[in-house]
Design a protein around this ligand. Structure first.
Ligand SMILES: Cc1ncc(COP(=O)(O)O)c(C=O)c1O
Length: 457
């Protein structure tokens, strides 16, 4: 298994050939899921005592299994939050794996962690956070939000009066589900500012004022959103920052999706106030063109994260020794052993430069505005709200929820597009609508017009 032999060389060449073929293909086949029983019938037993051989296993993967997956970078994959890793980042993901670097501690991973930190400095600079702010790459936005919430809660619990209290956070109904589910992980309560649009400072202040003294005592953080997943809405970050400063609350901004737009020239100003956050989540695997998985958590004061997350253990004591000193990413988030998952972003940034990132992010915003215009010109569809960041919500006149579902399945079944419906609440009533989220700068105007045409039937 660990020998270098002819079979291993052949397998390596096959893998490289596949990787090159895949990344140079402009529009990969839009695969669709099959039932597990169907896949099993097609590939048979793959894990056997003697092994089926690399050639056969790879053939099954190429011929059957990968076809039951959706390529996230397909130009007409506009559902959820798609992705579009740069070719450079994808290739460097292979290099990251091949290099077998342990990304937890500087002692083992210095060269790789150095690269991650260079990319992190750029991310921090985009936010405008003060000197001393820094962060680490995580497995995604959920892990980043959790890392921030643990840090905030541990910081709050330093006050002896809070030590036996269950914490409470306030966020908005538009916040991502991971905020609410990570609150369960840390066993804290969540109160929601109910709104389908941005969380305003006024609404937040009203919520805080409505708390009873015990709730106010338990409140330790506010989570604002820098680009809701559903509609790309950005909360009033500077207004929320001012309240958090005044009320002595931790201010976390979940910009997992929208944070990429901090690189944009046209939309950066929408995030004014983010620089006053105590912590920020940004997912490079969403709108900064990194392969999965790559999230990031940034802290105004990383020492607080270290106090909350640094792990202790006799076998880890060496890392405290003078000879092993350096930046240890594991001290700042929930994970110990970790891939140097910021490396592909670093390589792609180093290769292309930050201007190209600004261009590619702006392209997503341009595509959303273009889609808005095409929708307004089309007789059968209409905008539900103005496009925001790279999200567009629109309705097909006369359609019921099941029409949207059938349309989604039909487009997917035909390998044409993946565009899914969502819900939008207006005047207290939820309506099923269609949604685009643009990330891939290679999506063309014709892709949008063809998708709109598919709603004509
Ligand atoms: C705003 C926001 N926060 C958090 C997440 C969760 O991120 P991940 O799926 O990388 O864990 C998402 C995912 O779409 C998101 O859009």
């Amino acid at each position: 298994m660990h020998k270098v032999d002819f079979e291993m060389v052949e397998m390596t060449l096959d893998v490289m050939k596949y990787a090159i073929g895949r990344i140079t293909h402009p529009s990969p086949e839009l695969g669709k899921p099959k039932k597990e029983t169907e896949l099993k019938a097609l590939v048979g037993e793959t894990i056997t005592e003697a092994g089926i051989g690399g050639e056969k296993a790879f053939q099954l993967f190429k011929d059957v299994l990968v076809k039951a997956t959706v390529p996230i970078d397909h130009p007409r994959h506009l559902a959820f939050v798609p992705a579009s890793p740069t070719r450079a980042a994808v290739m460097f993901d292979l290099v990251t794996s091949a290099s077998s670097i342990h990304g937890a501690y500087w002692m083992e991973g210095a060269g790789g962690i150095f690269c991650e930190n260079e990319a992190m400095k750029w991310l921090v600079s985009l936010t405008g956070m003060p000197k001393g702010a820094f962060g680490v790459f995580t497995s995604g936005g959920t892990a980043a939000n959790l890392s921030a919430m643990v840090t905030a809660r541990e910081n709050w619990r330093k006050n002896p009066k809070h030590q036996n209290e269950k914490g409470l956070i306030i966020t908005s109904s538009g916040a991502h589900s991971s905020v609410k589910s990570m609150a369960k992980v840390i066993d804290c309560d969540v109160l929601l500012v109910e709104t389908e649009e941005e969380m305003t400072a006024v609404a937040l202040q009203e919520k805080i004022t409505s708390l009873d003294p015990q709730q106010r005592h338990r409140l330790f953080a506010v989570v604002g959103t820098g680009g809701t997943t559903n509609a790309g809405i950005i909360d009033d970050l500077s207004g929320i920052a001012a309240i958090c400063e005044q009320e002595n609350l931790w201010f976390h901004v979940d910009a997992a999706y929208g944070g990429g737009a901090l690189a944009s020239t046209s939309s950066k100003h929408l995030f004014n106030g983010i620089e006053r956050a105590d912590s920020i989540t940004i997912d490079p695997h969403k709108w900064l063109f990194s392969p999965y998985d790559c999230g990031a958590i940034l802290y105004k004061n990383p020492e607080l994260a270290k106090e909350a997350h640094a792990q202790e253990g006799s076998y880890l004591d060496i890392f405290k020794d003078e000879g092993a000193h350096g930046f240890n990413p594991s001290d700042y988030q929930i994970q110990l052993t970790r891939r140097v998952r910021g490396l592909p972003l670093w390589f792609s940034l180093a290769m292309h430069g930050t201007d190209k990132y600004a261009w590619a992010v702006d392209k997503g915003i341009e595509l959303a505005n273009l889609a808005g215009k095409l929708i307004q010109e089309h007789p059968l569809v209409e905008l539900v709200r103005e496009p925001s960041l790279s999200c567009v919500l629109f309705r097909r006149k006369g359609w019921s929820p099941s029409d949207y579902t059938n349309w989604t399945y039909k487009n997917h079944r035909e390998g044409f597009a993946l565009v899914t419906p969502t819900k939008y609440k207006k005047d207290g009533v939820y309506e099923t609508v269609a949604r685009f989220c643009f990330i891939n700068p290679d999506t063309k105007e014709e892709d949008i017009t063809m998708i709109l045409a598919s709603m004509e039937a």
